[in-house]
Design a protein around this ligand. Structure first.
Ligand SMILES: [Zn+2]
Length: 478
């Protein structure tokens, strides 16, 4: 590629406080339109805002988890613009003295960590929502004034894949803090992207476009990939790019021009006169720092060290806090030799079962004890096959019976004893003289066909390892 991409992301995050940023209205999602409003969030003249203490604590928590420096002196500013869902005609945001600056988040790309700088994390409020119908547009102010954080990254991201990883790492970190549900479908996490291209190795930045309207992490990745192609074509043709805002059209899978981009001066920022600046003391920061739990990156590294897991397994297991807690409880109870199979069972069959039940792994009615027992029956005692294990897992969730009970009830135990298998094996050998001849002629693979036939005749219940050994012995001795 003769160009390199320079990408920065702006993430907007709803904080899950009970009340809005500057008034006592509820923030609950999905309520009747305009049922959660008051003079403050509707911008009535004379009403005065008071900032939500919990929102401030949450904001500091996020800033610290993202390794930002929390500024001692911070203030709110008015960002002026008119939009029908913004009743005050300005948004309370932060301009020149944001809550925090100069942080970073490490992302994992091809088994290596890459550090992405975080320019700032600042506090602001959300606007309402417009609902467009055929002949009119309706406005719902329930979301107006919900506390938001804006998390701005440095332009350190070099590819759509890195952007995806950054968003995943950010979401997972914030979910660990339990300050937001990060649900993109509900709009509690939204992402805009800035992207420009420059000749590979060049220092100067190219003309950037701002991308909006991406409703999933995949959407962000797709929009960036499209934009890289579009900008490269324009540069190749010798034309110049315009700085503009473009919308991602998910149906057409392309970006379309929305408007030329406003600069900061267009917003006429000025200090919010109704809210005094505030001072955040060191002891307050220290107190909040203590409430930050072990974060995904540290947990992943610990899982690799303590449980001998691969990077991939550890990363998947720590991606959500509750899944990591379930996994760790199981890891601690598991025999060392079963830790790898345990990770496989959680990432594979357990995750699949959760997905088909539309829930999370830890919400399944399967305890860590019963999972450990099942894995022992498969791995160590070879009572049932892997395949039968999956059926037992489903039944465990449905009935909450133990693996042993289910195996007995459904008669799932494998046949491992040579006496019971000898008859079937003799039949298979008699019926397949060609495979027998192949095996004797040195084609080792021929034995697998015979094992397959034996498995079929036993209705899948023969222990394939035992069958293979028995067939080999039988043919080598004859
Ligand atoms: Zn209100």
């Amino acid at each position: 590629m003769k160009y390199e991409a320079v990408i920065g992301l702006e993430v907007h995050l709803h904080l899950n406080t009970k009340t809005k940023a500057f008034c006592g209205c509820s923030t609950e999602f999905g309520k009747e339109p305009n049922s959660q409003v008051c003079p403050v969030c509707l911008g009535f003249p004379g009403s005065l805002p008071v900032y939500n203490q919990t929102a401030l604590d949450y904001a500091i928590k996020v800033a610290l988890a993202l390794n930002c420096k929390v500024q001692e002196y911070t203030k709110f500013d008015r960002k002026n613009y008119f939009y029908p869902d913004l009743p005050k005609n300005y948004q309370v945001s932060q301009y020149d003295l944001p809550l925090s600056v100069s942080g970073f988040l490490d992302i994992e790309i091809e088994d290596k960590f890459k550090r992405i700088g975080i320019t700032r994390v600042h506090m602001e409020e959300d606007a309402g929502k417009l609902i467009h119908q055929d002949d009119c547009s309706l406005v719902d102010f329930n979301r107006t004034g919900v506390p938001l954080l804006e998390i701005v990254s440095e332009p350190d991201i070099s590819s759509p894949e890195e952007a995806y990883e950054y968003l995943s790492a950010l979401k997972s970190t914030i979910q660990y803090l339990e300050v937001s549900d990060c649900d993109m479908e509900k709009g509690s996490l939204r992402c805009d992207a800035n992207i420009s291209l420059r000749p590979a190795g060049a220092k100067a930045l190219g003309v950037k476009t701002e991308l909006k309207n991406m409703n999933s992490f995949k959407g962000v990745k797709d929009a960036l990939s499209y934009e890289i192609r579009r900008q490269a074509e324009i540069l190749d043709s010798g034309e110049t790019l315009t700085q503009e805002t473009r919308l991602w059209d998910v149906k057409a899978q392309e970006t379309v021009s929305m408007r030329t981009k406003e600069g900061a001066k267009d917003y006429r920022y000025f200090p919010e006169p109704d809210l005094p600046p505030f001072v955040i003391k060191e002891d307050k920061i220290a107190e909040i720092r203590k409430t930050i739990p072990e974060l995904p990156k540290e947990k992943m590294q610990r899982f690799i060290k303590e449980y001998g897991l691969s990077e991939y397994d550890a990363k998947v297991l720590v991606s959500s806090k509750k899944t990591s807690q379930f996994s760790e409880e199981a890891m601690k109870k598991s025999a060392d030799t079963n830790k790898k199979p345990l990770a496989n069972w959680i990432i594979g069959p357990l995750a699949a079962l959760a997905a088909s039940n539309n829930c999370q792994i830890y919400e399944l009615k399967i305890t860590t004890d019963s999972l450990i027992e099942l894995i022992e029956l498969i791995e160590n005692k070879q009572v049932i096959s892997n395949l039968a294990g999956k059926a037992v897992l489903e039944e465990m969730h449905k009935t909450q019976k133990s693996a042993k009970e289910i195996i007995a009830e459904k008669n799932l135990a494998q046949i491992s004893d040579s006496g019971s298998l000898a008859g079937i094996i003799e039949e298979v050998i008699k019926e397949n003289p060609k495979s027998v001849a192949d095996f004797k002629a040195g084609k080792a693979n021929a034995v697998m066909f015979l094992v397959g036939q034996t498995m079929r005749k036993s209705a899948g219940k023969a222990n394939p390892k035992v069958v293979q050994d028995l067939i080999k012995k039988r043919l080598e001795s004859a």
